[in-house]
Design a protein around this ligand. Structure first.
Ligand code: C2E
Ligand code: MG
Ligand code: MG
Length: 785
């Protein structure tokens, strides 16, 4: 628009300027032309004055009358080459005329004519002659005298026009006979009729013609004289008709230099561009005038300035607009990026929690309008922390990215996958028409994640647990749905991981129960609702009690005796396990002290220690040391049972804590050995005093040869490492026999005793041994021997 406006303004202004210049110029040209016309007419007035002389004199004008008159007329008039009297001489008058001329002193006067070569000869006989008789034409007057103007067309025509029209007639512009070659000019003639005779009609005029007065003019000198004083910036080209077939002007007047421009232009060239044309009346004929601005150029226009300024402004506005558009684009791109980032998990490029919840809310809104049902599959990698700790965070991140990739390949395009942070992922399954569909996807995901990953050369195996919640109109909203999925996930974890669980109303009940238990646990310690039961550990061969394991019980005012399986996990989650564990260790120490005082104390009392407590060091160390100090018990009488999972959390801190516990002198036992991870390296890293073969392994010893093999191997391993080994969950004599044959000397289990109150444990201790049917037999056998 700017460009168009600039050009439009430029065109309007320059056209307007042109128009003004044209008007101005034509005014100037008109001035020049009319000055020329006036000047020209002034010259012709001389001829008119001369005719008046001839018309006024009754007895004719003598040669001297003419000379006197001409002398008054001509001085200073350089453009007038001369004025002449040209009488009409009839054929029969010629001789008298010629002799009269000689008589008046014109030596050798004859009526003459011009030859084709330009010379002059005596005119042949004719009916009528128009010889130059009186003239003021200077040096060459002798040549001019007698020249018959009637015998060349160029001269004859003006004479006839003047005679017939009683008017001033002009010749063409031609090289003047009387002058040098470059002297161009023309003459004008005015008829003189016989006095007193009529000359109104053409016939009368022809009959009564006396002769002509003539003025000869040098055209260029005349123009220069007239216009010499002019300062109008105009070049004037003068064209006479007929004399310039090439289109070249007869004269060019340039007012600036008062000289002819170097190149006289043809008329055609002048008619283009700014020009003015007009006519110059030279007696009875018209000369053409063309004026052009001086030097041929038009007037300088300032319109281009307007154009340039306009274009510059347009350019500036354009650049500004371009820049601001770019800036706006950049801003909107940045905005888009920001909002994208706000909805994306940067590590995996999956959606993030916020985006997922938004989509879920949208699905909910659609669900309320009876659109297709959907489900949330909430997924958590099992023991991802171990991967991070053992392989390092960069590899952990790489694993998460691969998990994301696999998830993308597993779900359908219109399902949404998100990473909630850490190792938690969620899938929003659309079109979850029935449980079978969801089942299929869940199984696919679990299986797909169980396939080993290859991360920077190392193979990583991981499993996932998944909780699933289905949309139902009864759900209050997305949050409720997420809570359900979370509960189901919790269930899947509790059920041994690497599996998925649907949310159910039972789960809700369970959760409510858990929440209540967590609340109650918080006050149970203050209300002294806990007590320790003790389970003997015996020498298999003799039945001698070598130690006791303290197992906590909760004497709930309403629920009765609550077993640890019901509340330990909850206490671990709520953190209540820390004070509870502290209490248990302290209580065990006190009890041991009592038995010591009574003299019935076993060699060791074992106390279970949760991984959560272990993470809470250095409080753990301090508490243990305090309890030992308070009861005054030798530290090597207390055994701390850790599950393998504690040892699996291999961190430098754990290692140091363990070392310091050992330093304190406390014994370390690895509980439930064989149920956790197959990695045995921790046995070398954390020298334990004792391994406790897990109940689960013992249970299958009789029936499953593979279980037996594992137990045998564990026993062998412990012996080679110089670690004591004890079997848990010993329930049958067959198990005892197996253990003895495999080289395990210690056992703990219902076969010997269930966990019992401290009071009953004291009774057992006082007895010292626990008789089983077999040991009884053996003892009897020994006694008999
Ligand atoms: P655990 O340390 O492995 O304890 C052995 C569990 O096996 C005890 O269950 C015991 O009653 C049971 N048991 C013993 N012999 C047999 C047998 O022959 N057959 C069968 N089927 N079971 C047998 P309990 O007392 O219910 O304790 C369960 C778990 O709770 C314990 O497993 C231990 O990990 C944890 N726990 C118990 N007391 C405490 C405590 O004071 N602190 C912590 N942190 N955990 C404790
Ligand atoms: Mg234990
Ligand atoms: Mg155990």
């Amino acid at each position: 628009m700017g460009t168009t406006l600039s050009f439009a303004a430029w065109m309007i202004v320059s056209r307007w300027e042109d128009r003004v210049a044209e008007l101005e110029f034509s005014l100037r040209a008109n001035n020049v032309a009319s000055a020329l016309q006036t000047g020209l007419n002034g010259y012709f007035d001389n001829v008119v004055a001369l005719r008046a002389l001839f018309e006024s004199s009754a007895q004719g004008v003598s040669r001297s009358d003419f000379a006197i008159f001409a002398d008054q007329l001509l001085p200073g008039q350089t453009a007038i080459l001369g004025v002449s009297w040209i009488p009409r001489v009839m054929r029969d008058e010629r001789a008298a005329h010629e002799s009269a001329a000689v008589g008046e002193g014109l030596v050798g006067y004859h009526v003459k004519t011009v030859t084709a070569e330009g010379g002059m000869v005596v005119s042949p006989q004719q009916d009528e002659y128009f010889p130059v008789y009186y003239t003021t034409e200077g040096r060459s007057a002798n040549q001019v005298y007698g020249l018959n103007l009637g015998d060349t067309e160029i001269r004859k025509q003006p004479l006839e026009r003047a005679r017939d029209g009683n008017l001033l007639a002009a010749s063409e512009n031609f090289v003047l006979q009387s002058g040098t070659a470059d002297r161009r000019g023309f003459f004008v003639v005015l008829p003189v009729y016989r006095r007193g005779l009529p000359h109104e009609a053409v016939d009368d005029r022809r009959r009564n013609l006396l002769g002509f007065v003539q003025g000869v003019f040098q055209s260029d000198a005349m123009v220069e004289t007239i216009l010499g004083g002019f300062k109008s910036r105009v070049d004037l080209y003068i064209f006479a008709p007929g004399t310039n077939p090439s289109g070249l002007p007869i004269h060019v007047f340039s007012s600036k230099l008062r000289q002819t421009p170097s190149e006289p232009k043809p008329q055609a060239a002048l008619n283009t561009g700014l020009h003015w044309s007009g006519e110059l009346k030279v007696a009875d004929i018209q000369w053409k005038l063309i004026a052009v601005p001086f030097g041929g150029a038009g007037t300088a226009s300032d319109a281009w300035l307007l154009l340039i300024v306009g274009l510059l402004l347009t350019g500036m506005v354009g650049i500004f607009m371009w820049r601001s558009r770019r800036y706006a684009l950049y801003l909107s791109r940045a905005n888009r990026k920001i909002s994208e980032l706000a909805r994306t998990d940067t590590l995996t490029t999956l959606a993030n929690r916020r985006e997922f919840l938004d989509q879920l809310a949208a699905s909910f809104a659609a669900g309320n309008r009876a659109a297709s049902p959907f489900a949330v599959l909430y997924c958590d990698l099992d023991h991802f922390k171990d991967v991070n700790d053992t392989l390092g965070h960069p590899l952990g991140d790489a694993l998460l990215r691969q998990v994301a990739e696999r998830l993308k390949k597993t779900v359908r395009d219109n399902d949404l996958i998100a990473r909630f942070g850490g190792d938690e992922f969620a899938v929003l399954q659309t079109d979850a028409v029935d449980v079978a569909t969801i089942n299929t996807l869940a199984r696919k995901i679990i299986e797909m994640l169980a396939t080993p990953f290859s991360i920077e050369g190392s193979e990583v195996q991981i499993t996932a647990s998944m909780g699933i919640s289905l949309y139902s109109a009864q759900l209050s909203g997305p949050d409720a749905m997420m809570i359900q999925a979370d509960l189901a996930l919790y269930r899947a974890k509790a059920d041994g991981r690497n599996c998925f669980r649907f949310h159910s109303s039972d789960l809700d009940l369970e959760v409510r129960e858990r929440v209540t238990i967590a609340d109650e646990l918080r006050i149970a310690l203050d209300r002294s609702e806990f007590e320790l039961h003790y389970q003997p550990q015996v020498e298999l061969a003799s039945g001698r009690i070598v130690g006791l394991e303290a197992l906590i019980r909760w004497k709930h005012p309403k629920r009765g005796l609550v077993m640890p399986s019901k509340f330990i996990a909850i206490a671990e989650r709520s953190g209540a396990i820390v004070p509870i564990g502290r209490w248990a260790f302290d209580q065990a120490c006190r009890q041991l002290k009592l038995w010591l005082d009574e003299g019935i104390a076993p060699e060791t009392v074992a106390v279970n220690c949760s991984a959560v407590q272990f993470r809470g060091q250095p409080d753990l160390e301090r508490d243990i040391a305090d309890s030992l100090a308070n009861s005054g018990i030798a530290s090597d009488r207390m055994e701390i049972e850790l599950t393998e999972s504690v040892l699996m959390e291999v961190t430098q801190q754990h290692r140091d804590t363990l070392k310091r516990l050992r330093h304190l002198g406390a014994r370390i036992a690895i509980d439930d050995f064989g149920t956790g991870y197959s990695s045995l390296s921790y046995l070398a890293n954390y020298p334990a005093n004792r391994l406790k073969i897990a109940q689960e392994l013992m249970a299958g010893v009789d029936s499953d040869p593979r279980n037996a093999a594992v137990v045998r191997a564990a026993i062998q391993l412990a012996r080679e490492l110089g670690i004591e080994i004890i079997a848990e969950g010993v329930e049958t004599q067959a198990q005892v026999n197996f253990l003895i044959s495999a080289g395990c000397t210690l056992g703990q289990g219902y076969l010997f005793s269930r966990p019992v109150t401290a009071k009953r444990a004291g009774r057992l201790l006082r007895r010292g041994t626990i008789e089983t049917a077999a040991s009884q037999k053996r003892n009897e056998h020994l006694a008999a021997a």
